[in-house]
Design a protein around this ligand. Structure first.
Ligand code: CU
Length: 481
């Protein structure tokens, strides 16, 4: 470990719930049928953000006051087929402005949901229509992009699943949204620490209670011989999840919505930064009385967050072996590295860092002044959104970005409107890497990424540790029409 995390900066996840007899049946969970209202339609699907309550902990504990989409957290899973239109009317019944960002969608810029850059924030009591087509099949998600560090921490997020034109047969589709909440002894969100500069200048807001699909011990019934496409999404504000699914023979088939050459997960282990998704293919062969735990294993702990439990009805009979053969999405993959625009993105700042000063709101400020204004991080020497874009690219130009993490903390850099290829890690070719929208860089690490800037508009590039984003690690670029 390059740093010794203090208890304050990295709360441990705990199991608050005593395991009880009986199964909380989650046989279907988030794998909902497609919502017909989302197909090409004159009427929007209304999605209402409002305060409410969620039963995150065992039923004998109090419900948690949260902010929710349509009264649930995770919000409803929106589901369309590749190439179809999403038409959602966001109704804001929150006490503060909000927007919706559609994470990972190569979207029309006006629908990207970034306040002050692509739209005005939606004021309390107002609504905004999001209408766009989805070019890529895969696992995506939506969340606010205004005060995301607070709104996501309070429970606002949901999945946007885009189905392939021909769904695979004989494979159950199931999604797990993982989030860590910081709850007090009373089961309520620790509001006093929202905006805490100690969190912001360290790892970000780390929770103490891990939920899968809004439950602190998710139980999913699976039949013997069942095949499952498991979609995992990390919606934590800042925690890099290290998950293990304790069942053999798990294949990784997609990352950040984009198919990868299927490969086996060693020991069922996968590490997901905030914002990242992974699609897995699991062939379950649990016997009566058996279960396969889903554990979080970071920091040497083994916290059981959920479990797949043998379903005591007939085993699944497959007339032929199910196949999940995901076709590549229509990404612009023709990288022209010879003529690429070379961009450097240097991350600096944070606790135990060496940042002495940075530009903020057009003025050079020393670290004390920066912290006084809620800034702790910089990209290329600028804390917070720069007035000028990081770069401006002619449409179709290849962009090669050299990412350098010169801090003592991990960062998950997220690019809007495009997917990129990770070409190198620490100077070494990264052959097994996928097309991504978010890439994790550990402390003092480098990565080289490249993408074709083919989507016109103003796009953000920022750290997806939401506190880091809010306290400086954010920038933007322009793709010309
Ligand atoms: Cu960060």
């Amino acid at each position: 470990m390059p740093f010794a995390p203090s208890r304050l900066s990295r709360p441990n996840l705990t199991r608050r719930r005593l395991l009880q007899g009986g199964l909380a049946l989650s046989a279907f969970g988030l794998a909902q049928p497609r919502l017909p209202a989302l197909a090409q339609s004159a009427e929007p699907r209304v999605l209402t953000a409002a305060p409410g309550e969620a039963q995150l902990l065992e039923i004998s504990r109090p419900a948690t006051r949260t902010w929710l989409y349509d009264g649930v957290s995770p919000g409803p899973t929106l589901r369309v087929r590749q190439g179809e239109e999403v038409f959602v009317r966001l109704v804001n019944n929150l006490p503060q402005p909000t927007t919706l960002h559609w994470h990972g969608i190569r979207i029309d810029n006006a629908m990207d949901g970034v306040p002050h850059l692509t739209q005005h924030a939606v004021a309390p009591g107002e609504s905004f229509d999001y209408r766009f087509t989805v070019p890529d099949a895969g696992t995506f998600w939506y969340h606010p992009h205004d005060r995301a560090w607070e709104q996501v921490a309070r429970g606002l997020y949901g999945l946007l699943i885009v189905d392939e034109p021909e769904p695979a047969e004989g494979i159950r589709d199931f999604a797990i949204v993982a989030d860590d909440w910081r709850l007090g002894e009373d089961g309520q969100i620790d509001e006093a620490s929202l905006g805490n500069m100690m969190d912001w200048s360290h790892a970000g807001r780390l929770g103490n209670t891990l939920t899968l699909n809004g439950q602190d011990l998710l139980e999913v019934l699976v039949r013997h011989n069942a095949y499952m496409r498991l979609r995992l999404c990390n919606t934590c504000n800042a925690r890099v999840l290290e998950l293990r699914i304790e069942h053999p023979g798990i294949q990784l088939v997609a990352l950040d919505g984009q198919p990868v050459e299927p490969r086996a997960l060693t020991d069922g282990y996968i590490r997901l930064a905030p914002g990242e998704r992974a699609d897995l293919l699991i062939h379950f062969y649990l016997e009566p009385g058996e279960m396969a735990a889903i554990t979080e294993v970071s920091g040497g702990q083994r916290l059981e967050a959920g479990r797949f439990v043998y379903h005591p009805i007939d085993r699944v009979i497959h007339h032929s072996e199910p196949h999940l053969d995901l076709a590549a999405n229509p990404l612009p993959t023709n990288l022209d590295l010879g003529t690429a625009l070379a961009v450097e993105l240097l991350m600096e700042g944070g606790a135990m860092g060496s940042l002495a000063q940075a530009m903020h709101e057009g003025e050079m400020k020393d670290i004390r002044s920066l912290v006084g204004e809620g800034m702790a991080w910089s990209l290329n020497g600028v804390a917070g959104m720069p007035e000028a874009p990081l770069f401006t690219a002619a449409r179709g130009r290849t962009i090669a970005v050299d990412l350098r993490n010169d801090t003592r903390w991990p960062h998950a850099i997220h690019l809007h409107g495009h997917h990129f290829r990770v070409l190198e890690r620490d100077g070494q070719p990264a052959e097994m890497e996928a097309w991504k929208d978010t890439v994790l860089l550990d402390p003092q690490k480098r990565a080289k990424i490249a993408f074709v800037a083919d989507n016109p508009g103003k796009w953000m590039i920022h750290c997806h540790m939401l506190e880091h984003q809010a306290s400086g690690m954010t920038s933007w670029f322009v793709v010309e029409a």
